[in-house]
Ligand binder design. Structure first.
Ligand code: PSU
Ligand code: MN
Length: 305
């Protein structure tokens, strides 16, 4: 078996790849573990529609029946939105979930790896994993970051959620050689808020400039990702102080209930969503659609070589 034997690429996605048309990869952990049913599936379909509206082909990625699927049907999206017990699959889980033929929703790390296998260069999501608060004791650093150090897929995300240590996450990306570019502003955004208190290492103001950066990076054979931080649309922005309060409560609850390892991120996301009466979910949906738009625009510019 070679790695291509594990891939099932949707014919529409394959056609786009064969003809150098823009394609945007999308993850599935956000569907199975990041949002409640039925908003999760509805959002995943809307995100795909936004990618199409801005001229690219969407490829949502997930694992099923021992294969990595690149491009899902609406019925597949419903399956990953509804089914209990779908695995959250980061890189270390991939061999097990594939060999056992279990259903798996892919994180940023696993989605990037599969997107790269298929030949997709641009990926849109909500937020990436990173260095957790207190990582100096727990060593809890997402495999999203190490994957970003090696795999040539650029990510459009709304920055880094302040459930993480944003400063340490930025430091870690610097160590890995990952350029962090904020789209259209000086400050690095923190998912629910356009602010974070950290200056963005880089800033660019057009999809064309971002596409040029990607060409330069990969043209120089500097492997790895570029993080394109796209601030949440102003109308959906949440107050930084208020969200910090919810995050502190979520972290305290996780600690008290001894939540560890891969359960930490989904637990905190669910806690915040339940404790902000859906306001955070609304922001989450708005920012993902905005990221899909920008990713499609970058993908279109990138293919115009
Ligand atoms: N951060 C978010 N929303 C998410 C995730 C992270 O704001 O949905 C998901 C993504 O799939 C990400 C994963 O890749 O959690 C990171 O998990 P971990 O921290 O266990 O690596
Ligand atoms: Mn972790």
């Amino acid at each position: 078996m070679t790695k291509n034997d594990f891939l099932v690429i949707h014919p529409e996605v394959q056609h786009a790849l064969d003809n150098n048309l823009p394609v945007v990869a999308l993850e599935s952990t956000i569907i199975s573990h990041g949002m409640p049913w039925p908003q999760n599936a509805a959002t995943a379909k809307e995100v795909e529609a936004v990618v199409r509206q801005y001229g690219a082909i969407p490829a949502t990625i997930a694992i099923r029946e021992g294969k990595c699927f690149v491009g899902l049907s609406d019925a597949d999206i419903d399956f990953f939105g509804q089914t209990q017990g779908v695995w959250k699959v980061s890189l270390r889980d991939m061999p097990f979930v594939i060999a056992q033929k279990l259903p798996g929703a892919t994180t940023v790390a696993a989605t990037m790896r599969i997107a790269a296998m298929a030949g997709i260069k641009i990926f849109a999501t909500g937020g990436i994993g990173g260095v957790h608060r207190g990582a100096q004791d727990t060593m809890d650093i997402s495999a999203d970051l190490t994957e970003m150090g090696t795999t040539n897929v650029a990510i459009v995300a709304a920055g880094v959620k302040s459930i993480l240590d944003i400063g340490l996450t930025l430091e870690y990306m610097e160590t890995l050689g990952v350029p962090v570019v904020t789209y259209g502003q000086e400050e690095f955004p923190s998912f629910y808020s356009s602010k974070s208190g950290y200056k963005s290492p880089l800033r660019l103001d057009s999809p064309q400039d971002i596409a040029n950066l990607l060409r330069a990076k990969w043209g120089l054979e500097i492997n790895g990702s570029v993080l394109i931080a796209n601030p949440v649309p102003a109308a959906f922005e949440m107050d930084q102080q208020a969200i910090e309060q919810h995050i502190l409560e979520a972290l305290a609850a996780a600690d008290k209930q001894h939540i560890k390892g891969k359960e930490v991120t989904p637990f905190i996301l669910k806690f915040i969503s339940e404790n902000t009466k859906g306001e955070s979910l609304e922001a989450n949906i708005a920012l993902i659609k905005n990221n899909a738009k920008v990713a499609a625009e970058i993908a279109c510019q990138f293919m115009k070589s």
